[in-house]
Ligand binder design. Structure first.
Ligand code: SF4
Length: 288
């Protein structure tokens, strides 16, 4: 990759051949871990697990990030596209149901290079915070089978407060609309998702109003049999000293109000994570 980087909506114009951008990354792929992950939605993790690759760096930088060490580049190992292709092969040989790329946007061109070297026979999952440019998604879309986008904030005040980006919903809703229109839901005879979109929303403390607005958007824009995944596992983590409301998990009442709203919208294609699953034990230990 040459020139100044405009891959994500930050468009920080970094020369990633000689340094790093706002996302904290140079042009060299950097990963923190790859393994069979068993805590994704059931038709993604299945019995064997999802072949998850965690990429370092992030252009969203939520203050409550659960993968803080990796999103802030405090950990990781540099690898080449051919080494990444070998990892895809290894995960496939381990019995992974899919290859799950976590926070991949700032490495999209390098991941495409790896997928040109080796394209697994199992689905490729693109797992993102959704603060993405549609132009960048178009580069990788031909190689993606399943999108797993977060839909985090509706209110610009909230997204500004927690990520510094007031335009999160504007950017993310355009990115997710592209994904929704690109992939029709297809399940295999084994019950595993082979193609489609699962939009994930994690309920935040004091976030019921925002969650309801996001569910309304999903109900109005859902096409191609897309699923919603409602997550209740918010765990206090990261730089939250200045955010007193983030120092507790969500309450049963908060979860219930959002869940009832989902039912009232007649969204039937959904996964709902149990509230009791909020735990730091779900946060992986980084290998590199
Ligand atoms: S991907 Fe990184 S370097 Fe490129 S524009 Fe975004 S923040 Fe800047």
């Amino acid at each position: 990759m040459s020139g100044l980087c405009k891959i994500c909506p930050i468009e920080c114009n970094a020369d990633r051949n000689s340094g790093v951008g706002y996302c904290g990354q140079s042009n060299k792929i950097k990963i923190a871990k790859y393994y069979l992950h068993t805590f994704e939605e059931p038709p993604i993790s299945g019995k064997n697990g999802s072949g998850t690759v965690f990429f370092c760096g992030c252009s969203l930088k939520c203050v409550f990030c659960q993968n803080y060490q990796l999103s802030r580049s405090q950990t990781g190992k540099e690898i080449s596209p051919s080494q990444l292709a070998e990892i895809f092969k290894e995960l496939e040989n381990m019995g992974a149901h899919n290859v799950n790329l976590v926070t991949p946007a700032h490495f999209a061109p390098q991941i495409v290079e790896a997928l040109k070297i080796y394209r697994p026979k199992i689905p490729i999952v693109y797992n993102t915070h959704s603060y993405e440019k549609v132009e960048t998604l178009k580069i990788i879309d031909p190689y993606v089978d399943i999108y797993l986008p977060d839909l985090k904030f509706f209110s610009s005040e909230l997204s500004k407060r927690y990520t510094g980006k007031a335009d999160y919903f504007d950017v993310a809703s355009k990115a997710i609309s592209f994904m929704l229109n690109s992939k029709k839901t297809v399940f295999g005879s084994d019950g595993m998702l082979k193609q489609g979109v699962v939009v994930r929303h994690m309920i935040m403390p004091l976030g019921v109003k925002d969650s309801k607005a996001l569910l309304n958007w999903f109900a109005q824009n859902k096409v191609n049999g897309a699923y919603l995944s409602l997550m209740g596992q918010y765990t206090p983590f990261g730089e939250n000293e200045n955010f007193p409301e983030l120092k507790r998990p969500i309450t049963k009442r908060e979860y219930q109000r959002v869940y009832e709203h989902l039912l009232s919208l007649k969204i039937t294609d959904y996964f709902a994570q149990e509230l009791g699953s909020a735990s730091e034990s779900f946060i992986p230990k980084w290998d590199f």
